[in-house]
Design a protein around this ligand. Sequence first.
Ligand code: ATP
Ligand code: MG
Ligand code: MG
Ligand code: MG
Length: 597
Amino acid sequence: MKQSKLLIQTLRETPRDADVVSQQLMMRAGMIQKVAAGIYSYLPLAFRSIRKFEEIVREELAKDGCQELLMPAVLPADLWQESGRWKFYGDELLRFCDRKAKADMAERRQRGEKPDERDFYNFCLGPTHEEVITDVVRKNVRSYKQLPMNLFQIQTKFRDERRPRFGLMRGREFTMKDGYSFHADDACADREYWAMFNAYKRIFSRLGVKFRPVEADSGAIGGSFTHEFHVLAGSGEDAILSCNACDYTSNIEKTEAPGLPVGDHGKAFELKRDHFRTPGVVGQVEQAAGMIDADHPQGMPLTQTSKFFLYLATFADGTTQLAGAVLRGDHEVNPVKVKNFLGAAEMELMPLEEAEAFTGAKTGFMGPVGLQGVKMLVDRSLEGAVNLTCGANRTDYHHFGLDPARDLPGCTFADLRMAAEQDTCTRCGKGQYQAFRGIEVGQVFKLGTKYSKSMSCTFLDEQGKENPMVMGCYGIGITRTVAAAIEQNFDADGIIWPWPIAPYQVQVVCLDPGSEEVAGVASMVEKDLEAAGFEVLHDDREGLSPGAKFKDADLLGFPLRLTVGAKGLKDGLVELRDRRTKEVVKLKPEAAVAEVS
Ligand code: ATP
Ligand code: MG
Ligand code: MG
Ligand code: MG
C-alpha cells in the first residue's frame, strides 16, 4: 500500500482533549476521529488492527466450537421487559421510539394530554444481548440433544456512558465480542466457563500483551462465578490486587484483603471510612427484607449483617428522601438503578456529616431515619411487585459513575496500594498483596438461569421433562483491547505495535521518491515483502525530509521499518530497523525478505 494514497493525517501536537496515551497516539497517528463524545470513526489503520484482533478472537473461539452469528443493534423494548431489565438497566441504555409510537404520542397530545415521552420508548440500542440471544435460542432449541451450544457475535454496542473518555477505552459506541452459552445442566455450564476462560487466555496471549485474569465480583454468593481479564496499564480505571506468593488475583472490588473491607465497590467507600473521610456506614438492617437484586442470577437477600451507606434521592418535585445502599459483606445498591426505580431526579452519595444531620444520629451508626429510608426502598419495591435491583448483572455491574476524585476525596491509587500492601494474603497466609492498575478487556460470567427462567428458554431433558437452560456469557471489548495494547506498548516517539495486531508489519520508507533508482528499489522490496505474505505500507510521499518521514514512521509504530535512500544504495544497502529495540541492520535489498522472515 502506498502511503501517498492512504487516508491519514498525522499530528505533531498532542490533541488537547486526549487524556490517555492510546487516545493521544491514535489521534496523532490518524487512526481515529471523534464524531461525538465517545463516538469515533475508525480510520483505515485502526480498522486494520481491529479486524486483526477480531480474527484472533474468531480463530480461538472456533477451536472451542463456538458459532458466530449477528444480532440486531436496535432492540425492541418487549424483550427487555420480559427479562425485567427495561426497568432496571439505567441511563446507559439509550431508549427511543419509532414512528408508530411517535404518532401515538402526538395523538395523545392532540387530545390535550401530557404523556410522558419515556412511556413511548419502544426500542433501545443494544448494550449487550442476553435477551436477544435467549430469544433466538428458545425459538430454535428444544431438546437436550441440541445442547450445549455456544454462540457469539462481534458487533457494535452502544452504552450511554456517563463519562465517555479515553478514546476507544470508554466509548459510547464500541465493538464487542459477546458470546453466550446454553447448557442442560450446571456441570456443563461450568465446563464451558473454564473453556472460555482458557480461550481468553489464549486470545490475550496471542495478542502479546501483559494481562491477568482476575476474580471479579459477582455479588455475594461466593465462589468464582466471574473473572475479568485485565491488561495491566497505569491508565487503567480498575485496581487489581494480586498475591506475590500464590496465584490469587482479584479486582479490588472483590478482594479479600483484610485491610480493605469485604464487599464490592463498598471497599472503596469503606476504605475511605477507614483511611480517609468517611461517607458514613450508618448501621445495620434489623430485618431481612427479601431479595434486593432482581438482576442477579440468584438474587441477593438483605441480611441482618448488611451495612448501609446512605444515598440521598432528590425527586423531580424537589423533595429529598433517603434511599439506602447496602454494602459490606453483601451487596451494593446501585444508585443509578435506585434512582430509576424511585423515579428520582438526582441521587448522590451523602457525606457523613450530612448523613448525620439527616438521621440525627451520631457518627458511624444508623438512626431510625436511616432504617426508614431503607424500609421505604423495600416498600416501594414491594409496591411495584418487583424486587429492588442492586446491579449485579454482568454488563451493568459496577457502581455507576464511581469517581475516585469525587467519591473518595484524597484517596489515590497510591493510598489504595498502601492500604492493601500491608495485608497478608488470606488465601495462602504467606504472601503480600501487590496492587496494579488494570483495563478490563474481557469478562466471563456464569449466568445460571436468570434469563432462561424469566424468558422461558427451556429444553426437554432425556425424561421429556421441561427445564430452564443454564447459561453463561462471555465478553471481550474489541476496540478497547486494541487501545489497551497501545497503553502497554509505546515510547516517547509513538506506538510500538505488537506484531499480531499491527496495522502493517513493515513500513518501507523511501527517502528519495524523486529518484527513479531509489523509488524503484523501494517498490521492489515492497512487492517482494508482500509476495512473501507481509503487510507493507510504502512511504512514497514526496517533498518530505527524512526526519519528517522517520518521525511519522515512529509515530505509526509498525514493528519494522525498511529505509531505502540514495546514500545507502551507493553501497548497495538498505536499512532495517526494529521499532521496539531500535536495532538497525544494513542489508542488500534482495535480502530483505529473508531478514524480515
Ligand atoms: P466497565 O467496567 O469498564 O464499564 P463493563 O463491566 O461494563 O466494563 P461488560 O459488560 O463486562 O463491561 O462488557 C464486556 C467488555 O466490553 C468489557 O470487558 C470491556 O472490555 C468492553 N466494554 C465495556 N464498556 C465499554 C466501553 N464503554 N467502551 C469500550 N469497551 C467497553
Ligand atoms: Mg460498564
Ligand atoms: Mg466492569
Ligand atoms: Mg465487565
